[in-house]
Unconditional design. Sequence first.
Length: 279
Amino acid sequence: MQILQVPALANLPWLIHGFSTKPGGVSNQDADKVLNLGFTEWDSKENVLENRHRFQSALGATDLKLISLKQIHSDVIHLLDAAPAEPCRGDACATNRPGLLLGVQTADCVPILLVDPKKRAIAAVHAGWRGTLQRIVTKAIGKMQMQYKSNPADLLAAIGPSIGGCCYEVGTEVATQFLSQFAEAPDWFDEFRTGDEPNPIQWLNMMPPGHQPPPKNVLLDLRKANRAQLVGAGLRAPNICVTDLCTACRRDLLFSYRKEGPQSGRLLSVIGMRPQAGR
């Protein structure tokens, strides 16, 4: 089993974090054994629970309580003092309590882990295009400021594997929403090249209606968008680590719903404080 980690977070002895990968589980997918960590229709609950146990064991986190959300592509953020009796509906959670392992599931969307090493507070964020459009990571940082007195300049952030700007094709209606919300949005798009489309940014920014046919699709870099939001929220650029692994390109290592459809598994990105962590 391979678990991806960020040196800046791994250097904190009281912190546990990791981004799961595809190999090394008990679930059967296309004659392979994979580490599916989400409850999907094609996999059994027993397999997923065993995979989660193996993942936590590999992290050295079996004594932490895994918190898994019912993700709804929202900007709903939960502040947790203890493990909820039932999974919360939302797309981010934060805590300053040791013993909780905050997790978000992805299969293309952007997982973001946040840690305040001074106030000892953490958050896990799931940012698809809807969550990114709603500024979920900015709002999560705002919640940490209010609840835990975090200073954004102190925060460390890790953006995990997700679909890259090389592969994430969206319609121009999505691009238009981003351009109406964010001044820097043109930097997050690229032309979807099949040889005959006009430049989408030219269409979106410059050409009046009817003067140039809009392209059907453009490429959106969600990681770049969320990194810009982190910087905009006050994080220092050196404190942000962004992986360049694309879920759609690296199907040997990662799950991609865009490429695999309903048969895709789920990756899990987690962060927690060891139960014995002193305040």
